[in-house]
Design a protein around this ligand. Structure first.
Ligand SMILES: *[C@@H]1O[C@H](CO)[C@@H](O)[C@H](O)[C@H]1NC(C)=O
Ligand SMILES: *[C@@H]1O[C@H](CO)[C@@H](O)[C@H](O)[C@H]1NC(C)=O
Ligand SMILES: *[C@@H]1O[C@H](CO)[C@@H](O)[C@H](O)[C@H]1NC(C)=O
Length: 171
């Protein structure tokens, strides 16, 4: 009897801990560069707290998307709080974690290039997990791809600079 009570309590504690740390995402499939391109494409990273056709915050996240991603909330709220959804997705950190959860859950090879990367996350974000193999709106694809290319250029530039520094040191 006492033992089963102990078990019950420890299960309950585990669950509680899990809820408390629900905001922290261990698996983060989406890189910082990818998140920046998502916000650039969705809103120009405009941090004004607004909803456009029900999609809110810098990443223009809808309530359905937020629910799919596990209803993350700000630390002092529960999913049942009146403005839990808008408060979370209007706050960049909570919004970014929502994306990480969504992509961890729904990550898939939308464009059929045999790996799962930011191109797929863009399609998943814009079209949703059931539609992500469909065609992206032209403007979205154009802005998103341009942003990703710029990020790649930057990454390769800083790689080259590092390489050059190493070379210069060794000669
Ligand atoms: C951000 O969005 C708001 C609301 O749409 C707009 O009034 C504001 O001018 C925008 N800011 C920038 C820097 O574009
Ligand atoms: C590329 O790097 C420069 C300097 O670090 C930065 O100012 C610029 O915003 C970066 N561009 C992108 C697309 O991240
Ligand atoms: C980086 O270095 C490679 C090889 O030296 C070169 O082909 C490439 O153009 C460089 N990239 C940038 C962005 O400077």
């Amino acid at each position: 009897m006492l033992n089963s009570l102990k078990l019950l309590i420890s299960v309950w504690l585990l669950l509680l801990l899990h809820c408390v740390s629900g905001d922290e995402v261990e698996n983060k499939p989406v890189t910082e560069d990818c998140l920046e391109c998502l916000c650039e494409t969705m809103s120009g990273c405009n941090a004004t707290e607004i909803c456009v056709n029900g999609a809110c915050g810098i990443f223009r996240i809808t309530e359905g998307y937020w629910a799919e991603a596990g209803q993350l909330t700000l630390p002092n709220e529960t999913p049942l709080s009146a403005h839990a959804f808008t408060n979370c997705v209007n706050q960049p950190h909570c919004a970014a974690n929502t994306i990480q959860h969504y992509m961890h859950k729904h990550g898939q090879d939308c464009n059929g290039d045999e790996h799962i990367d930011c191109l797929d996350f863009g399609a998943l974000h814009k079209l949703g997990n059931l539609q992500c193999r469909g065609e992206l709106p032209y403007i979205f694809a154009k802005v998103f791809n341009r942003c990703l290319k710029a990020k790649q250029r930057n990454a390769s530039e800083s790689r080259n600079q590092t390489l050059n520094r190493v070379k210069n040191k060794s000669t």
